[in-house]
Ligand binder design. Sequence first.
Ligand SMILES: Nc1nc2c(ncn2[C@@H]2O[C@H](COP(=O)(O)OP(=O)(O)O)[C@@H](O)[C@H]2O)c(=O)[nH]1
Ligand SMILES: [Mg+2]
Length: 205
Amino acid sequence: MDAIVMAGGLGTRLGMGEKPCVELLGKPLVTYVIDALVTSEKIDKVYVATSPATPNTGIIVNKLYGEHVRVIPTEGGNYVKDMVQAVETAKIEGPVMIVMADLPVLTASVIDEIIDSYESSDKPAMSVFVPISVCKNIGTRPDTIFNKDGELIVPTGINILDSYKIRTEQEYMTLVLKLPELSLNVNTVDDLKMCKEMIKNRKDQ
Ligand SMILES: Nc1nc2c(ncn2[C@@H]2O[C@H](COP(=O)(O)OP(=O)(O)O)[C@@H](O)[C@H]2O)c(=O)[nH]1
Ligand SMILES: [Mg+2]
């Protein structure tokens, strides 16, 4: 399946300019998610949806990936509207994975695991969550909390949707993964520090 990286937010909470371009251990933040997607065996084409708030992100992605990753400028200001615009502009067919640009600790093997679950589900869409206990353990502060049959879960910013019905509400499977790295999205300076530590530790292993 193809994937779209959403990279058109304002990044106000981080306050370091264009969030996808913020440097993390010598690389722009957005390149971590792109590299994980490109490495995944189950992802074909990768697109990056920028907005008027993130012009440099488009420039950087074009420079680093050339024809391998296509930048799609979206209108901006509305996540869902921009996602629909990107899916339609890219003329994606079948299921599409939508990922946020601010998940630098996401790995190709987690992406493959998510797609495996999607492939064995009978729902047209899937949304990935972590249990709230995972956030508490590593000290991340969730933006949003859902109650799913009594279990408190936090959306990770990874979704799979049927691109043919992208404008309609889709019945989705709730995938809950107990993976700390999925709760680590970079919204604040503290999050950025935590990501640095996690990536460094991983390299040392
Ligand atoms: N294209 C596009 N991307 C968005 C939009 N809003 C948020 N995003 C991206 O979605 C991801 C998650 O959003 P969030 O953490 O709220 O971003 P922030 O507003 O930049 O802190 C980030 O990678 C954003 O760049 C939007 O309106 N359009
Ligand atoms: Mg975020």
